[in-house]
Design a protein around this ligand. Structure first.
Ligand SMILES: [Mn+2]
Length: 327
Protein backbone atom coordinates (compact mmCIF):
# COMPACT_ATOMS: atom_id res chain seq x y z
CA UNK A 1 0.00 0.00 0.00
CA UNK A 2 1.40 3.41 -0.84
CA UNK A 3 1.86 6.11 1.76
CA UNK A 4 -0.99 8.35 0.57
CA UNK A 5 -3.39 5.43 0.89
CA UNK A 6 -2.22 4.47 4.39
CA UNK A 7 -2.53 8.07 5.54
CA UNK A 8 -6.08 8.37 4.25
CA UNK A 9 -7.07 5.03 5.82
CA UNK A 10 -5.66 6.24 9.14
CA UNK A 11 -7.75 9.41 8.69
CA UNK A 12 -10.88 7.30 8.23
CA UNK A 13 -9.99 5.24 11.31
CA UNK A 14 -9.65 8.42 13.38
CA UNK A 15 -12.90 9.93 12.10
CA UNK A 16 -15.10 6.83 12.23
CA UNK A 17 -14.09 5.57 15.69
CA UNK A 18 -14.08 6.89 19.24
CA UNK A 19 -12.57 6.11 22.64
CA UNK A 20 -8.92 5.91 21.57
CA UNK A 21 -5.92 4.71 23.53
CA UNK A 22 -2.72 6.51 22.53
CA UNK A 23 0.43 4.63 23.56
CA UNK A 24 4.15 4.85 22.94
CA UNK A 25 7.39 3.33 24.21
CA UNK A 26 8.20 3.31 27.94
CA UNK A 27 10.69 5.87 29.29
CA UNK A 28 9.01 8.47 27.07
CA UNK A 29 11.15 11.04 25.28
CA UNK A 30 10.13 14.34 23.73
CA UNK A 31 9.18 12.91 20.35
CA UNK A 32 7.06 10.21 21.91
CA UNK A 33 5.36 12.74 24.23
CA UNK A 34 4.95 15.44 21.55
CA UNK A 35 3.49 13.00 19.01
CA UNK A 36 1.13 11.55 21.64
CA UNK A 37 -0.12 14.95 22.84
CA UNK A 38 -0.47 16.27 19.28
CA UNK A 39 -2.60 13.28 18.33
CA UNK A 40 -4.59 13.50 21.59
CA UNK A 41 -5.44 17.18 21.09
CA UNK A 42 -6.49 16.69 17.48
CA UNK A 43 -8.91 13.93 18.53
CA UNK A 44 -10.24 15.94 21.48
CA UNK A 45 -10.79 18.99 19.27
CA UNK A 46 -12.86 16.76 16.96
CA UNK A 47 -15.10 15.81 19.88
CA UNK A 48 -13.55 12.36 20.43
CA UNK A 49 -12.64 10.58 23.64
CA UNK A 50 -8.97 9.71 24.00
CA UNK A 51 -6.38 9.04 26.64
CA UNK A 52 -2.60 8.71 26.58
CA UNK A 53 -1.30 5.85 28.74
CA UNK A 54 2.42 5.19 29.15
CA UNK A 55 4.33 2.65 31.22
CA UNK A 56 6.19 5.59 32.77
CA UNK A 57 5.40 9.12 33.94
CA UNK A 58 5.44 12.08 31.58
CA UNK A 59 8.74 14.00 31.73
CA UNK A 60 8.17 17.16 33.78
CA UNK A 61 9.54 19.59 31.21
CA UNK A 62 6.84 18.56 28.71
CA UNK A 63 3.86 18.93 31.06
CA UNK A 64 3.23 22.47 29.73
CA UNK A 65 2.13 20.92 26.43
CA UNK A 66 -0.97 19.54 28.15
CA UNK A 67 -2.10 23.10 28.92
CA UNK A 68 -3.55 22.23 32.32
CA UNK A 69 -5.26 19.00 31.17
CA UNK A 70 -2.83 16.98 33.32
CA UNK A 71 -5.09 13.93 33.47
CA UNK A 72 -4.67 13.37 29.73
CA UNK A 73 -1.29 11.66 30.15
CA UNK A 74 -1.66 8.74 32.53
CA UNK A 75 1.00 6.42 33.89
CA UNK A 76 -0.12 2.79 33.66
CA UNK A 77 -1.30 1.13 36.85
CA UNK A 78 -3.14 -2.15 37.42
CA UNK A 79 -6.29 -0.20 38.36
CA UNK A 80 -6.72 0.50 34.65
CA UNK A 81 -6.72 -3.20 33.83
CA UNK A 82 -10.49 -3.70 33.77
CA UNK A 83 -10.96 -1.72 30.60
CA UNK A 84 -9.72 -3.05 27.25
CA UNK A 85 -9.40 -0.50 24.46
CA UNK A 86 -10.25 -1.41 20.87
CA UNK A 87 -8.98 1.66 19.02
CA UNK A 88 -5.26 1.97 19.54
CA UNK A 89 -2.72 4.44 18.22
CA UNK A 90 0.90 3.49 18.92
CA UNK A 91 3.44 6.21 18.16
CA UNK A 92 7.25 6.33 17.90
CA UNK A 93 7.58 2.68 18.94
CA UNK A 94 9.50 -0.02 17.06
CA UNK A 95 7.93 -3.11 18.64
CA UNK A 96 4.63 -3.64 20.46
CA UNK A 97 6.58 -5.02 23.48
CA UNK A 98 8.05 -1.55 24.02
CA UNK A 99 4.71 -0.18 25.29
CA UNK A 100 5.30 -2.40 28.33
CA UNK A 101 2.38 -3.07 30.65
CA UNK A 102 0.07 -0.87 28.55
CA UNK A 103 -0.44 -4.10 26.55
CA UNK A 104 -2.73 -5.19 29.42
CA UNK A 105 -5.39 -2.68 28.35
CA UNK A 106 -5.34 -3.46 24.62
CA UNK A 107 -8.18 -5.78 23.52
CA UNK A 108 -7.20 -8.94 21.62
CA UNK A 109 -9.26 -7.84 18.63
CA UNK A 110 -8.14 -4.19 18.77
CA UNK A 111 -7.38 -2.16 15.66
CA UNK A 112 -3.86 -0.80 15.98
CA UNK A 113 -2.46 2.19 14.12
CA UNK A 114 1.34 2.13 14.08
CA UNK A 115 3.01 5.45 13.22
CA UNK A 116 6.79 5.37 13.58
CA UNK A 117 10.19 6.29 12.21
CA UNK A 118 12.43 3.57 13.72
CA UNK A 119 14.16 1.51 11.00
CA UNK A 120 13.62 -1.60 13.15
CA UNK A 121 9.81 -1.21 13.26
CA UNK A 122 8.12 -4.60 13.19
CA UNK A 123 4.95 -3.49 11.37
CA UNK A 124 2.78 -4.79 14.22
CA UNK A 125 -0.20 -2.57 13.37
CA UNK A 126 -3.43 -3.14 11.50
CA UNK A 127 -2.31 -0.05 9.59
CA UNK A 128 1.37 0.85 9.52
CA UNK A 129 2.71 4.26 8.57
CA UNK A 130 6.44 3.79 9.05
CA UNK A 131 8.98 6.11 7.47
CA UNK A 132 12.53 5.61 8.70
CA UNK A 133 13.73 8.58 6.65
CA UNK A 134 11.80 10.87 8.98
CA UNK A 135 13.78 12.44 11.83
CA UNK A 136 10.82 12.20 14.19
CA UNK A 137 7.47 10.49 14.66
CA UNK A 138 5.95 13.91 15.37
CA UNK A 139 6.44 14.91 11.72
CA UNK A 140 4.53 11.78 10.63
CA UNK A 141 1.68 12.59 13.03
CA UNK A 142 1.68 16.12 11.59
CA UNK A 143 1.32 14.75 8.07
CA UNK A 144 -1.51 12.40 9.10
CA UNK A 145 -3.42 15.25 10.78
CA UNK A 146 -2.81 17.77 8.02
CA UNK A 147 -3.65 15.49 5.09
CA UNK A 148 -6.85 14.37 6.79
CA UNK A 149 -8.06 17.90 7.40
CA UNK A 150 -7.59 18.15 11.18
CA UNK A 151 -6.94 21.75 12.12
CA UNK A 152 -3.49 22.34 13.58
CA UNK A 153 -3.97 24.64 16.55
CA UNK A 154 -1.02 26.39 18.20
CA UNK A 155 -1.18 23.86 21.05
CA UNK A 156 -0.95 20.92 18.64
CA UNK A 157 1.82 22.67 16.76
CA UNK A 158 3.76 23.27 20.02
CA UNK A 159 3.52 19.56 20.89
CA UNK A 160 4.69 18.38 17.48
CA UNK A 161 7.46 21.01 17.33
CA UNK A 162 8.67 19.78 20.74
CA UNK A 163 8.86 16.27 19.30
CA UNK A 164 10.87 17.40 16.30
CA UNK A 165 13.24 19.48 18.45
CA UNK A 166 13.72 16.63 20.90
CA UNK A 167 14.66 14.03 18.27
CA UNK A 168 16.92 16.43 16.37
CA UNK A 169 18.67 17.77 19.49
CA UNK A 170 17.29 21.24 18.80
CA UNK A 171 17.95 21.03 15.03
CA UNK A 172 21.61 20.11 15.62
CA UNK A 173 21.74 16.35 14.95
CA UNK A 174 22.62 14.87 11.55
CA UNK A 175 18.98 13.97 10.94
CA UNK A 176 18.08 17.67 10.62
CA UNK A 177 17.16 17.69 6.94
CA UNK A 178 15.01 19.88 4.71
CA UNK A 179 11.87 17.97 5.74
CA UNK A 180 12.59 18.85 9.38
CA UNK A 181 13.15 22.50 8.56
CA UNK A 182 10.04 22.84 6.44
CA UNK A 183 7.93 21.27 9.18
CA UNK A 184 9.44 23.73 11.68
CA UNK A 185 8.57 26.54 9.30
CA UNK A 186 4.95 25.33 9.23
CA UNK A 187 4.84 25.08 13.04
CA UNK A 188 6.05 28.66 13.30
CA UNK A 189 3.31 29.65 10.85
CA UNK A 190 0.83 27.92 13.20
CA UNK A 191 1.95 30.29 15.95
CA UNK A 192 4.63 28.24 17.75
CA UNK A 193 7.50 30.17 19.32
CA UNK A 194 10.70 28.32 18.36
CA UNK A 195 12.88 30.10 20.93
CA UNK A 196 10.47 29.54 23.81
CA UNK A 197 9.95 25.85 23.01
CA UNK A 198 13.70 25.28 22.55
CA UNK A 199 14.40 26.93 25.93
CA UNK A 200 11.74 24.89 27.70
CA UNK A 201 13.05 21.63 26.29
CA UNK A 202 16.80 22.08 26.54
CA UNK A 203 17.76 24.92 28.82
CA UNK A 204 15.64 24.65 31.95
CA UNK A 205 16.59 22.60 34.96
CA UNK A 206 15.74 23.29 38.59
CA UNK A 207 18.49 23.95 41.13
CA UNK A 208 18.42 20.53 42.82
CA UNK A 209 18.60 18.67 39.52
CA UNK A 210 21.40 20.97 38.33
CA UNK A 211 23.50 20.03 41.38
CA UNK A 212 22.86 16.31 40.83
CA UNK A 213 23.80 16.58 37.15
CA UNK A 214 27.00 18.48 38.07
CA UNK A 215 28.00 15.79 40.56
CA UNK A 216 27.56 13.08 37.95
CA UNK A 217 29.40 15.17 35.35
CA UNK A 218 32.35 15.70 37.72
CA UNK A 219 32.99 11.94 37.66
CA UNK A 220 32.82 11.36 33.88
CA UNK A 221 35.48 8.91 32.66
CA UNK A 222 37.20 9.40 29.31
CA UNK A 223 38.77 6.59 27.29
CA UNK A 224 40.92 8.70 25.01
CA UNK A 225 42.05 6.17 22.43
CA UNK A 226 38.59 4.70 22.09
CA UNK A 227 36.99 8.18 22.18
CA UNK A 228 34.40 7.03 24.72
CA UNK A 229 33.02 9.19 27.54
CA UNK A 230 31.22 7.40 30.35
CA UNK A 231 28.95 8.74 33.06
CA UNK A 232 27.42 6.72 35.85
CA UNK A 233 24.55 7.22 38.25
CA UNK A 234 22.97 5.04 40.89
CA UNK A 235 19.27 5.81 40.37
CA UNK A 236 18.35 3.80 43.46
CA UNK A 237 20.26 6.25 45.68
CA UNK A 238 20.28 9.54 43.78
CA UNK A 239 17.52 9.45 41.15
CA UNK A 240 17.58 11.93 38.27
CA UNK A 241 14.29 13.04 36.72
CA UNK A 242 15.71 12.52 33.27
CA UNK A 243 18.85 11.55 31.42
CA UNK A 244 19.04 14.21 28.76
CA UNK A 245 21.07 16.85 30.65
CA UNK A 246 23.84 14.33 31.43
CA UNK A 247 23.77 13.05 27.84
CA UNK A 248 24.12 16.61 26.55
CA UNK A 249 27.21 17.16 28.69
CA UNK A 250 28.71 13.84 27.56
CA UNK A 251 28.00 14.69 23.94
CA UNK A 252 29.69 18.07 24.27
CA UNK A 253 33.07 16.53 25.21
CA UNK A 254 35.26 17.20 22.17
CA UNK A 255 37.54 14.17 22.75
CA UNK A 256 34.59 11.76 22.72
CA UNK A 257 32.86 10.31 19.67
CA UNK A 258 30.68 7.91 21.62
CA UNK A 259 29.09 8.55 24.98
CA UNK A 260 27.59 6.22 27.48
CA UNK A 261 25.33 7.00 30.40
CA UNK A 262 25.02 3.97 32.69
CA UNK A 263 22.29 4.02 35.35
CA UNK A 264 21.91 1.49 38.12
CA UNK A 265 18.15 0.92 38.34
CA UNK A 266 18.10 -2.06 40.67
CA UNK A 267 20.22 -4.87 42.08
CA UNK A 268 22.25 -6.19 39.10
CA UNK A 269 20.14 -4.16 36.68
CA UNK A 270 21.48 -1.28 34.57
CA UNK A 271 20.00 0.93 31.88
CA UNK A 272 22.45 2.33 29.38
CA UNK A 273 21.95 5.18 26.92
CA UNK A 274 24.52 5.39 24.12
CA UNK A 275 24.99 8.38 21.86
CA UNK A 276 27.42 9.05 19.06
CA UNK A 277 28.49 12.00 16.98
CA UNK A 278 29.06 11.24 13.33
CA UNK A 279 29.62 7.83 11.80
CA UNK A 280 29.81 5.29 14.62
CA UNK A 281 26.50 3.39 14.58
CA UNK A 282 25.33 2.88 18.17
CA UNK A 283 22.18 1.09 17.03
CA UNK A 284 24.33 -1.69 15.52
CA UNK A 285 26.28 -1.93 18.75
CA UNK A 286 23.11 -1.95 20.89
CA UNK A 287 21.60 -4.71 18.73
CA UNK A 288 24.48 -7.04 19.77
CA UNK A 289 23.34 -6.52 23.38
CA UNK A 290 19.59 -6.87 22.77
CA UNK A 291 19.08 -3.13 22.71
CA UNK A 292 17.86 -0.83 19.99
CA UNK A 293 17.50 2.70 18.71
CA UNK A 294 18.84 4.91 15.96
CA UNK A 295 22.28 5.37 14.43
CA UNK A 296 23.25 8.14 16.86
CA UNK A 297 21.11 7.24 19.91
CA UNK A 298 20.35 3.83 21.38
CA UNK A 299 19.57 2.06 24.63
CA UNK A 300 20.49 -1.24 26.31
CA UNK A 301 19.36 -3.01 29.46
CA UNK A 302 22.09 -4.95 31.24
CA UNK A 303 21.60 -7.63 33.89
CA UNK A 304 24.59 -8.40 36.13
CA UNK A 305 27.10 -6.54 38.25
CA UNK A 306 28.83 -3.30 37.25
CA UNK A 307 32.13 -5.21 37.12
CA UNK A 308 30.58 -7.63 34.68
CA UNK A 309 29.28 -4.70 32.63
CA UNK A 310 32.80 -3.26 32.46
CA UNK A 311 34.37 -6.58 31.56
CA UNK A 312 31.88 -7.52 28.86
CA UNK A 313 29.76 -4.77 27.32
CA UNK A 314 32.18 -1.89 27.88
CA UNK A 315 35.08 -4.06 26.73
CA UNK A 316 33.16 -4.89 23.55
CA UNK A 317 32.37 -1.21 22.95
CA UNK A 318 36.00 -0.23 23.54
CA UNK A 319 37.13 -2.79 20.95
CA UNK A 320 34.57 -1.60 18.39
CA UNK A 321 35.49 2.03 18.96
CA UNK A 322 39.21 1.30 18.74
CA UNK A 323 38.61 -0.35 15.37
CA UNK A 324 36.38 2.49 14.21
CA UNK A 325 38.54 5.40 15.33
CA UNK A 326 41.66 3.47 14.33
CA UNK A 327 44.36 3.74 16.97
MN1 LIG B 1 11.31 9.35 17.88
Amino acid sequence: MDTKNVISLIGRFLKENNDFLIAAHHAPDGDNIGASIGMYLALKNSGKQAVIVNDDKIVERYVFLLGGDKGAFVQYSDELKNKKYKNIIILDTATSERVGKVRNIIADDALIINIDHHPTNEMFGTLNYVDSSSASASQLVYRVLKENGFSITKQISDALLSGVLSDTGGLRFENTDSKVLSSVQEFIACGSDLTDITDRIFLRLDYEETIKVSEIASKIELFRNERIALAYNDQTVNPLYENEPVLMILNSISEAGVSLFVRKNGEDFYKISIRSKGGFNVSDFAAKWNGGGHKNAAGIKFYGSFDKLRNTLLKDLREDCLKYYGK
